[in-house]
Design a protein around this ligand. Sequence first.
Ligand SMILES: *Cc1c(COP(=O)(O)O)cnc(C)c1O
Length: 230
Amino acid sequence: MPDLLANFQRVQERIAAAAARAGRSADDVGLVVVTKYVGLDQITPLVGKGMRAIGENRVQEALEKYEKAPWRNQVEWHMIGHLQRNKVRHCLQFADLIHSVDSERLLREINRRAAELQRDVVRVLIQVNVSGEESKFGISPDEVGQLLAVAEMCERVQVEGLMTMAPYVEDPETVRPYFRCLRLLAEEMGQQGFTRSRMKYLSMGMSNDFEVAVEEGANLVRIGSAIFRE
Ligand SMILES: *Cc1c(COP(=O)(O)O)cnc(C)c1O
């Protein structure tokens, strides 16, 4: 059995060190603990120990955990995986933030379901495929402005920033340019005068590359393996 609490603390220390290298405060970087690999028995020990948000990539599994977890209101629930339109209704039952909006149709469906469920506003990020890798979800950087224009018409959706997944590589330095590209894109989009969007969050960095991502400006990192599989 891995010592989950020790792993969790170690990851927090590494985030803090990376933030310091970039002249930023550790408090500026939110950690989303990615719990998709494990059941409630392994998540529960981290509740009340500084875990603020958990990330799941499948709607059905997330909803099952959400319904069973006695501590569900003590953490934020983030949907980080690809979201199909026919799962949106279920997703809105648990998700505080959806990281993976990658089409106009999905955006409109979230808006429609939010109205139906009388949810005031649903917070989302736009997933961008910065590397252009075919296996990755997300829209290309030059489509982001268009999607934000559509979001202007979705009154129940609040775009809070951008998310990306870098390709998996041995040496995380290789993917530094992708993280930088997402940060520059967010800066550019922040200056376009959209009223329903703000570029508050940059969700980038996973177990293999989160330190580089934080150095490049990430303020949400999504980490699973380094906590649950070490
Ligand atoms: C699984 C997953 C993560 C976490 O990956 P690790 O390498 O296990 O830290 C982050 N983001 C997304 C979208 C994922 O699906």
